[in-house]
Ligand binder design. Structure first.
Ligand code: ADP
Ligand code: MG
Length: 694
């Protein structure tokens, strides 16, 4: 069942070097690649539609007689052709046309046209339809299957792809192609078993009676059969990665938890049940001689930092080093402060690395790390980019990993290797996603959830206020601050430009400093020096600042429990995950907290959904669910750029119900048919599986 048993595309008619090169651009090398190059949608040219029944948006074939034709000058010159089929009239609009076309498209001709229907002022219209003139008595010929539309590349036309896929389908029929079936038995889905050949034939050339609505939604049984196999390929590839990792050696951490106990003695509160449970799991992972690969999910404020600290302490007690990486400078600085506060009393020595240190300072830190003087190292991803040598690294903690993305996660695994030993890895994320989705997207990881918030957290009440009532918001902030509360005011911008966002924050800082007499206003943004930022954050923590104007740099992880009011200006510009993270900066103390989303109307539908969702719930899980629906899993999980979860036909949200069967089948294949595993992966993931070898 090797790949060689599929002919190269060059064996097909019409594929010379030029076409072969174009096919390569879309990763098509063999007949099998062609078969798995699936249509992205369909057109229906199998039926002639009566004009009277046409609906806007539908793509269809209409046949009729030209009743009227004229060239008009509106905003631009155009040819209007009115076609009547006996049930009604459709107007064809052409902006580009030559003399012959104009002459042919004249009253009395019979025409067949195909295009998308738009609702015009006087009735249905088609703009630049494909058309063909017919003889008056010519029978109305139609296609005998739905027309597949394929993803393509420059110079490769739909018609060529159709001819090539037809040849590939003929090749199956001729060769009977047993090598296409890689599963022990066809899967039982939606009450039927479908073999792969049947599914491929159908999906490339659906018969006229096929359920077009199901096809458009990707829910047809034949598509589901293929989606199933694609999810299976995804699962297999991550499972293999995980098995490979499990075979790697790691340092088993032997410690009896002395440092951890000391930490607990110093805490002013008890750990939640969920925190305790996750910490015990992590300790048990650390004791293994294969690397821990654990993802810990916990909503904003669930207390993930302590999980990281506990893990570090265990490793340090055993005599090794631990690294904690954060996605932003400001969060890394915050961790450094937290870690010093908790760890230094226990005698742990810290080092700190960020991209912004001076060369001499960085060298000083590197020496601490290299000699093993520092036990715990906190920093941004600069940590792995600056040729840092560790004395004996045994644990890498990655916080708020949704900012990192899968690719970096995989790269880190490689970079942390020392003397053949792989460090244990603990990944923490505040993006709560449904369990089935997590099990698929993170199938290379073990997975724990902190499903409990520390006691006494009060829900944050959230309101939305249009920009024209901004003054009310300013008054509210003034009152709150004068009553001893602390507040954040977050400025956002559409552009990704950090410079402009900082500018906006500076403007608001100046404005509110002037307006709010007696209120101490501070400013923090991404362009400030690390030290400056740090000192502002410390002043805010120490209540020397009442109102902190900030850019979204404070989005992740910043923790000042006394702050109880969050204003987000132009909240319509932010995504749900960001809004939830920002709001999570308040509601951490004993005070009743609130969040005001200031928006600039009119809102798009999505922006309205986002703001309504924020008003209606504090539950990170529900928010993530809506976010997944709006943006799709690729965006939410940060996997879009990495090729992972970039699926051809499956959709992880839509096809979630297939996942249990996918997992069962993956297990069976790995155990009983290991020789088919690579073939399944290769067929669906092709070149992109190389992401595993970064
Ligand atoms: P996140 O999960 O968002 O990273 P943090 O680790 O920053 O949350 O914790 C948020 C706040 O809750 C911090 O001030 C932390 O000290 C506090 N905290 C953590 N665990 C508990 C607990 N069990 N009881 C009370 N407060 C806690
Ligand atoms: Mg955190």
């Amino acid at each position: 069942m090797s790949k060689e048993s599929f002919p190269e595309v060059t064996a097909l008619k019409g594929v010379g070097p030029k076409v072969a090169e174009r096919l390569q651009r879309i990763q098509i090398y063999t007949v099998q690649d062609l078969l798995f190059h699936l249509p992205i949608r369909y057109q229906d040219r199998t039926r002639i539609r009566p004009v009277a029944a046409l609906r806007a948006g539908e793509e269809c074939v209409v046949i009729g007689n030209i009743e009227h034709s004229e060239v008009v000058f509106r905003k631009r010159r155009m040819l209007l052709v009115s076609v009547d089929d006996g049930t009604g009239r459709v107007l064809l609009r052409f902006f580009y046309f030559n003399k012959t076309q104009r002459e042919n498209l004249s009253r009395g001709s019979k025409i067949r046209c195909f295009g998308e229907i738009r609702q015009g002022i006087k009735g249905p219209e088609m703009v630049h339809p494909e058309y063909e003139l017919l003889h008056q008595d010519e029978p109305a010929k139609v296609e005998d299957h739905l027309t597949p539309i394929y993803a393509t590349t420059e110079g490769l036309h739909q018609l060529s792809l159709r001819r090539l896929t037809s040849q590939a389908l003929q090749w199956i029929s001729k060769n009977n192609a047993p090598q296409l079936d890689l599963l022990p038995t066809p899967p039982f889905i939606d009450g039927q078993t479908v073999c792969i050949v049947e599914a491929l034939k159908f999906v490339h050339r659906p018969p006229p009676e096929a359920d077009t609505e199901a096809l458009a939604a990707g829910k047809h049984a034949m598509q589901r059969r293929l989606s199933f196999e694609e999810l299976l390929a995804q699962q297999l590839s991550l499972s293999k990665l995980r098995l490979q990792m499990q075979k790697q050696p790691a340092i088993p951490i032997q410690a009896n938890g002395q440092l951890y106990k000391k930490l607990l003695d110093g805490l002013k509160f008890d750990l939640t049940q969920a925190q305790q449970r996750v910490i015990q799991t992590v300790f048990s992972d650390l004791g293994n001689d294969s690397p821990m690969l654990r993802l810990v999910q916990g909503d904003v404020g669930s207390g993930k930092t302590l999980i990281a600290i506990a893990a570090c302490l265990q490793v340090i007690e055993a005599g090794y080093q631990a690294v904690v990486m954060a996605p932003t400078e400001i969060l890394a600085e915050q961790h450094l402060r937290n870690f010093s506060q908790w760890l230094e009393p226990l005698g742990v020595r810290l080092a700190w690395l960020s991209g912004k240190l001076t060369a001499s300072k960085a060298n000083e830190m590197k020496a601490l790390i290299d000699t093993g003087t520092a036990n715990a190292i906190v920093g941004t991803h600069a940590l792995f980019q600056q040729g840092v040598e560790f004395k004996n690294l045994a644990l890498v903690v990655i916080d708020e990993q949704h900012r990192f993305g899968v690719h970096q996660r995989l790269a880190l695994r490689e970079k942390g290797i020392q003397d053949g030993m792989h460090p244990h890895q603990l990944i923490m994320t505040a993006t709560p996603i449904p369990r089935t989705l997590a099990m698929t997207a993170y199938a290379d990881l073990d997975y724990s959830v902190i499903d409990e918030l520390p006691p006494g957290r009060k829900p944050i009440s959230t309101i939305a206020i249009p920009m024209e009532r901004r003054q009310e918001v300013v008054d509210r902030v003034a009152n709150a601050c004068r009553n001893g509360q602390q507040a954040y005011w977050v400025c956002t911008l559409v552009e990704e430009s950090e410079a402009l966002q900082c500018q906006a924050a500076e403007d608001v800082f100046r404005e509110l400093s002037q307006l709010l007499k007696g209120v101490k206003v501070g400013l923090v943004h991404g362009r400030m020096k690390g030290k400056e930022k740090d000192s502002v954050m410390q002043d805010f923590s120490a209540k020397k600042i009442d109102l902190l104007i900030a850019t979204t740099v404070i989005e992740v992880g910043v923790d000042v429990p006394n702050a109880s009011l969050m204003i987000i200006e132009n909240a319509e510009r932010l995504g749900l995950a960001q809004l939830h993270q920002l709001r999570g900066r308040v509601g951490r103390g004993t005070e009743e907290s609130s969040c005001v989303l200031v928006f600039d109307p009119p809102l798009t539908d999505n922006a309205k959904t986002r703001i309504d969702t924020m008003r209606n719930t504090n539950d990170g899980f529900k928010i993530a669910q809506v976010d997944l629906e709006i943006r799709g899993p690729g965006e939410v999980l940060g996997t879009r750029q990495t090729g992972m979860l970039q699926l051809r036909i499956a959709n992880i949200m839509r096809d979630q119900d297939l996942i249990p069967l996918v997992q069962e089948t993956a297990k069976q294949l790995l155990e009983e048919y290991p020789h088919n595993v690579d073939a399944v992966i290769q067929r669906w993931l092709g070149k992109s599986i190389e992401f595993g070898q970064v």
